[in-house]
Design a protein around this ligand. Structure first.
Ligand code: CP
Ligand code: NVA
Length: 320
């Protein structure tokens, strides 16, 4: 008699799937563990010790799907998989049948039969949630229009390298209330630090996220005054004024010009304050060249930390 063997994906998934969708969806203790793993991964270097590798990584494959361009996310996830001992397949959305109308629900179930995790950079956050709904393997948010949680895990690592544990720290976000700002808001609540956002009112972050942060007891404030927000903070963060997929470039540049981070603004921060930017950066727009390339800037450590953070996120999703 023939007996049906359950598919690999369902047989090996006795515990809940560990998706990495957003920082607000993950308990504080697990997030702390991911950041600590990131620090340990960095210390360990290219050869990740067995203790930090998830079980079965030697046979593991990550598929990466990009609906938008990427330098850091694409390369750091690929290298992270190799250094952990697994492999990755990078795909542009245009290479997939979803581009010709195949439903995400089918695509997610098919990919779940081949590979061990999916990393997705999507135009719309709903696409990410649809993948997570139907995949029987972990799905990782590699940036959507709503959030960029992998970036902020690397940013927290970077903060901690100069200032120690971020709990109780003071961070200023200056500029567009965009996807990266939303992940910073989630992180302020889960990691317990003060976040002061300074945005033009027309480009404030999603009001629901602000409400959530306040309801959770987070110290997240919003003003339109960049100088006031930055005063006494340990870390000033900004991002491009025109995110991928946005078309109203002229209007955004007009609204955001008072929010450029320059030497005068950095002087208002605390002594020893750092400057962060997820990159790509546009010198002379959201940040002056003197700040981006100056002594307070940690942007290249931040970019490097994407690799170490990615290894930690992958290890966590795959069971470490
Ligand atoms: N910061 C970041 O996500 O960079 P990429 O768009 O190059 O991946
Ligand atoms: N806010 C930017 C981040 C790029 C990494 C964007 O979405 O384009």
């Amino acid at each position: 008699m023939l007996t049906r063997t359950p598919p690999k994906s369902s047989r090996s998934r006795a515990r809940a799937i560990r998706h990495f969708l957003d920082i607000d969806q993950i308990p504080a203790g697990e997030l702390r563990r991911i950041v600590d793993m990131g620090h340990a991964m960095k210390k360990a270097g290219k050869r990740v010790p067995k203790a930090l590798r998830p079980k079965g990584i030697a046979d593991a494959v990550l598929v990466m799907i990009f609906e938008k361009p990427s330098t850091r996310t694409r390369v750091s996830f690929d290298v992270a998989m190799r250094q952990l001992g697994g492999e990755s397949i990078p795909l542009n959305h245009s290479d997939l049948q979803t581009n010709r109308g195949e439903p995400i629900s089918d695509t997610a179930r098919v990919l779940s039969r081949y590979v061990d995790a999916i990393m997705l950079r999507a135009n719309k956050h709903e696409t990410l949630l649809e993948y997570a709904k139907y995949a029987t393997i972990p799905v990782i948010n590699g940036l959507t229009d709503m959030s960029h949680p992998c970036q902020v895990i690397a940013d927290i690592m970077t903060y901690e390298e100069t200032h120690g544990p971020i709990k109780g720290g003071k961070v200023a976000w200056v500029g567009d209330g965009n996807n990266v700002a939303v992940s910073w808001m989630h992180a302020a609540v889960r990691f317990g630090f003060e976040l002061r956002l300074a945005c033009p009112p027309q480009l404030n972050p999603d009001a629901k996220v602000l409400e959530w942060a306040r309801a959770e007891g987070g110290r997240v404030t919003l003003t339109d005054d960049a100088a006031e927000a930055v005063k006494g903070t340990d870390c000033v963060v900004t991002d491009t004024w025109v995110s991928m997929g946005q078309s109203d470039e002229k209007r955004r540049k007009q609204l955001l010009s008072p929010y450029a981070v320059d030497d005068d603004l950095m002087k208002r921060a605390a002594k020893g304050a750092i400057f962060m930017h997820c990159l790509p950066a546009y010198r002379g727009l959201e940040v002056s060249a003197s700040v981006l390339d100056g002594p307070q800037s940690v942007v290249f450590d931040e970019a490097e930390n994407r690799l170490h953070a990615q290894k930690a996120i992958l290890a966590w999703c795959l069971g470490a």
